[in-house]
Write a protein that binds this ligand. Structure first.
Ligand SMILES: [Zn+2]
Ligand SMILES: [Zn+2]
Ligand SMILES: [Zn+2]
Length: 361
């Protein structure tokens, strides 16, 4: 889907998390299958002769719609959350709302890429989220992925806390969306690599994932990343273990394709005269599924420099503070091949995501 979401009444651009159009004040609901906003009348919209209701978490900022026969008051994204704080814990609930916003953005991107999204509620090992607060629980929450379930610490939505961790760990970038994109990379590594030949290819690029994770963890936290890691890896954390290298690289694939898609949706392009290094304009695409990874990376090289300049002009640090060296480009090429191999249509994704009555019985 390559056009930016708009209000159906006044055609004003709206952000993905909009509940009420800022221009005409219409109540809006987001419809995932069409990636469009619909106007609401008494909390419902009729779309292709079906009735869709607002998600029961609308009071917590969820603007998605639920089809009347889905058997739940919660939308597809909210249902992926397996564990959340108690509703009486209002401080944690505010942090949950911010995290759910990032998660909905992730789900839209996974849907756009045509990746299968099978919920934890429908199949063992399916995708799910345990969204816990280390502050409410009074104990640390380890961010991670195990058997389809992604665990996040909602306390990372506190800017001072997340920024302190970022500085302590020496990371150039740390966001909730970044965590989500990394952890979902662990999930998709197992979903998308299904045969030995592909695993062999993966091991050649990322290393053998059967190496002890426990040893890797203690080595990483006692010795840090090896000297000169920048010539092979996207980040220090990626050096820890082949699983982490894959997840870090997968997260970057989502950063790059997601940002280029937004640029395409709002019509940003760079003139060849300005870049002077290319004969043709840089015109980002909504999808690179049918394009070689070289085009994706060439477009990104120019667009990321342009975005870095824009950020600097506001006194911010770079939008994309990373270098894509040749080995990392090869790893991204492997992920591009995995992700763009026979993407599912939205109908197929939702046939998988919504069990039929017989499956439910
Ligand atoms: Zn409007
Ligand atoms: Zn929802
Ligand atoms: Zn990880």
């Amino acid at each position: 889907m390559s056009s930016a979401p708009r209000c159906p009444h006044c055609r004003h651009f709206v952000y993905l998390d909009t509940l009420v159009c800022p221009e005409c004040e219409a109540e809006l609901g987001y419809h995932l299958p069409s990636r469009q906003f619909f106007g609401l009348r008494t909390g419902r919209a009729t779309i292709a002769e079906e009735t869709w209701y607002t998600c029961s978490n609308r009071g917590w900022g969820c603007n998605w719609l639920v089809r009347e026969d889905e058997g739940s008051g919660r939308c597809f994204s909210c249902r992926l959350t397996r564990t959340a704080p108690d509703h009486s814990d209002t401080i944690a609930m505010e942090k949950l709302a911010k995290t759910e916003e990032a998660k909905r953005r992730l789900v839209v991107q996974l849907a756009d890429l045509g990746l299968p999204i099978v919920s934890w509620a429908e199949a063992p090992g399916g995708l799910g989220f345990d969204l816990l607060s280390s502050i409410s629980l009074g104990r640390p929450v380890t961010i991670g992925h195990a058997n389809g379930i992604i665990t996040l610490d909602l306390a990372e939505n506190l800017d001072d806390r997340r920024e302190a961790l970022r500085v302590k760990l020496g990371e150039p970038y740390r966001t909730m969306l970044g965590h989500l994109r990394h952890e979902v990379g662990h999930y998709y590594q197992n979903v998308l690599i299904t045969d030995e030949a592909t695993w062999a290819q993966c091991r050649e690029l990322f290393g053998d994932e059967r190496a002890s994770y426990r040893d890797a963890l203690s080595r990483h936290y006692s010795l840090g990343a090896p000297a000169g890691w920048q010539s092979d890896f996207i980040s220090e954390y990626a050096t820890m273990h082949p699983w982490e290298d894959f997840a870090e690289t997968f997260a970057h694939y989502l950063h790059i394709t997601g940002t280029l898609q937004t640029a395409a949706a709002i019509g940003i392009h760079l003139d060849a005269d300005v870049t002077s290094m290319r004969d043709t304009d840089v015109v980002p695409r909504g999808s690179y599924a049918r394009e070689p990874v070289q085009l994706l990376l060439a477009d990104w090289e120019w667009m990321s420099q342009a975005f870095n300049r824009i950020n600097r002009s506001m006194g911010f640090s770079d939008l994309y503070p990373f270098d894509l060296v040749a080995p990392v480009r090869r790893k991204l090429g492997f992920i591009h091949q995995l992700v763009s191999h026979a993407p599912l249509t939205t109908e197929e994704q939702f046939a998988l995501a919504t069990p039929t009555d017989t499956e439910r019985a």
